[in-house]
Design a protein around this ligand. Structure first.
Ligand code: ARG
Length: 457
C-alpha cells in the first residue's frame, strides 16, 4: 500500500503495518488538544525567531500557517489522518502542506514529549478554571436553597436513625463546606499544572539557545519545569486532578443519594422538579430521580479513571514511555463527567421543592429531644453519664406507653429524677433544641445565618 512516509520514517526500511498504525494512533482522542497544541507551537515558533534559531521571516510564516491550520480545524474541513498518529503530527503535516518546507523548521529544539506535556497542562489549566467556576455556582445554589428555607427543621441522622433536630439549611451548608475543600484541592492541582515544560526536548533538554522564560511568558506560565527528565515523564498533575475529582464525587454521590432518599415517598422531604425526573415505560405512576442516580452512578467512572492512570504510571522507568499516551481518555472523560454532573447537581438543587411539614413531622418522632433532657439534668448537677442513664429509662417508659417525652407529666418525670422542674418543658421543644446549639459550627440559626452572610447569600 502506498502511504505517505511517517514524519519520523527516515531510519525505517519498511513501512509500518496497517494494524500498528491503527493501534498506535491517538488522533481520534487527542485532537481535542488542537487549540492548546497550536497555541504552544505559535509561542515556540515566535521564540525560535526571536532567538535567531530560525530566520524571523520563517517564524512569521509558521505562525500565520498555524493560525490557518486552526481555522481549518474549526471549519471542520481539516483532513485528520490516522497515519499521522496524533494531533501534533497532524498539525505539523498540514502546516507543511500549506506553507511549504519552512513548516519543517517548527519542530527545531522540541520533541513531542515536551510538546504533549505542554498541551496537557494548557488544556487542564483551562478546564480547571471552568470547573472551579462550576463548583462555586453549585455552592451558590445550595446556599440559596438554605436561605429560602432558613427556618425549616429536619431530623438529623446518624446510622440513618433519627438523632437530633437540625436546620435543613445547616444540612445543605455541610455540602457547601465539602465543595469548598474540593475547590482548594483543585486550586492546588492548578498550581502544579501551571508549569512550563517546553525546552525539555525528548528527555535531556536541548542544545539550541532557546528562551524558555519567553515562551512561558507568552503562554502565561509563572514557572518553568526544573528537570527535563521529570517534565516529560510525570503526569502527577493529571493524577492530582483525577484524585481531587474522585473525592469530589464522594461528595456529589452522597448528596445525590440524599436527594434520592428524600424524594422517596417514605421520606417525602423534598420533591424534585419534573423536568429533572423521568417516567417508567411500564409503571404509569412512576417519577424517577434518574438525574441524581446518574450523578451517583458516574462516580464509578471517575474512580475508574483515577485507577486507570495510577496503574498506567506505576513502575514506568524514566523518562517518556508510550504508555503515557493512555493518560488522555481518563483525563477527558473525567473533565466531561465533572462538568456535566456539577451542572446537573446545581439545577436539581435550584429546582427542589421542600416539604417542610414532612420534615417537621419526621423530626417530632424518635425522641430527638432526649439529649436535650440529659443536658438539662447536667444543668441540675447530674454527671452526663448519670443523666444519660435516667433519660434512657424515661425513653424506655415512653416507648412502652407510646408517648413522647414532652407528653409525660411533671410527676412522672420527677419519678425518674426529683431535680426535674416545670421549666423542663420549654427545653423539650425541637426549636429550642436547635437554638441552644450555638457553639460555633452548631446548627443554631445564628450560626447558619452568619455562614450564609459570609457566603454572600
Ligand atoms: N501521542 C503521544 C502521547 O500522547 C505524543 C508523544 C509521542 N512521543 C513519542 N516519542 N512517541 O504521548
Amino acid at each position: 500500500m502506498a502511504r505517505k512516509k511517517q514524519l519520523w520514517g527516515g531510519r525505517f526500511a519498511g513501512s509500518t503495518a496497517d494494524s500498528v498504525v491503527a493501534f498506535t494512533a491517538s488522533v481520534h482522542v487527542d485532537r481535542r488538544l488542537y487549540r492548546h497544541d497550536i497555541a504552544g507551537s505559535i509561542a515556540h515558533a515566535r521564540m525560535l525567531g526571536k532567538q535567531r534559531i530560525i530566520p524571523a521571516a520563517d517564524a512569521r510564516k509558521i505562525v500565520a500557517g498555524l493560525r490557518a491550520v486552526q481555522k481549518e480545524i474549526e471549519s471542520g474541513e481539516f483532513p485528520f489522518s490516522v497515519a499521522d498518529e496524533d494531533i501534533h503530527m497532524n498539525v505539523e503535516r498540514r502546516l507543511t502542506e500549506m506553507i511549504g518546507d519552512v513548516g519543517e523548521k517548527l519542530h527545531t529544539a522540541r520533541s513531542r514529549n515536551d510538546q504533549v506535556s505542554l498541551d496537557m497542562r494548557l488544556y487542564l489549566r483551562e478546564a480547571l478554571d471552568g470547573i472551579l467556576g462550576d463548583l462555586e455556582a453549585l455552592q451558590k445554589a445550595l446556599a440559596g436553597a438554605a436561605r429560602r428555607n432558613e427556618g425549616v427543621l429536619m431530623p438529623g441522622y446518624t446510622h440513618l436513625q433519627r438523632a437530633q433536630p437540625v436546620l435543613f439549611a445547616h444540612h445543605l451548608l455541610a455540602y457547601v463546606e465539602m465543595f469548598e475543600r474540593d475547590k482548594s484541592r483543585y486550586r492546588h492541582c492548578r498550581e502544579q499544572t501551571d508549569v512550563m515544560p517546553l525546552g525539555s526536548g525528548a528527555l535531556a533538554g536541548t542544545s539550541f539557545p532557546i528562551d524558555r522564560a519567553y515562551v512561558a511568558g507568552l503562554l502565561g506560565f509563572p514557572r518553568l519545569s526544573e528537570n527535563s527528565i521529570d517534565a516529560v515523564s510525570d503526569r502527577d498533575f493529571v493524577l492530582e486532578f483525577l484524585s481531587a475529582s474522585a473525592i469530589l464525587f464522594v461528595h456529589l454521590s452522597r448528596m445525590a443519594d440524599e436527594l434520592i432518599l428524600w424524594s422517596s415517598e417514605e421520606f417525602g422531604f423534598i420533591e424534585l422538579p419534573d423536568a429533572y425526573c423521568t417516567g417508567s415505560s411500564m409503571m404509569p405512576q412512576k417519577k424517577n430521580p434518574d438525574v441524581a442516580e446518574l450523578i451517583r452512578g458516574k462516580t464509578g467512572r471517575v474512580y475508574g479513571n483515577l485507577n486507570a492512570l495510577l496503574t498506567i504510571m506505576k513502575g514506568l522507568p524514566l523518562a517518556y514511555n508510550r504508555d503515557l499516551q493512555e493518560d488522555k481518555e481518563p483525563l477527558f472523560d473525567t473533565v466531561d463527567t465533572v462538568a456535566a454532573c456539577l451542572l446537573m447537581a446545581r439545577e436539581l438543587v435550584n429546582g427542589l421543592k421542600v416539604r417542610s411539614e414532612r420534615m417537621l413531622a419526621a423530626a417530632e418522632g424518635g425522641f430527638m429531644n432526649a439529649t436535650d433532657l440529659a443536658d438539662y439534668l447536667v444543668g441540675r448537677g447530674l454527671s452526663f453519664r448519670a443523666a444519660h442513664d435516667v433519660v434512657g429509662r424515661v425513653v424506655r417508659h415512653c416507648i412502652d406507653t407510646e408517648r413522647k417525652l414532652e407528653e409525660l407529666s411533671l410527676e412522672e418525670l420527677q419519678g425518674y429524677c426529683p431535680d426535674i422542674g416545670a421549666d423542663v418543658y420549654k427545653i423539650l421543644t425541637l426549636r429550642a433544641g436547635v437554638e441552644r446549639r450555638r457553639a460555633p459550627g452548631g446548627t443554631a440559626s445564628v450560626n447558619v445565618r452568619r455562614r450564609l452572610r459570609k457566603l454572600g447569600v
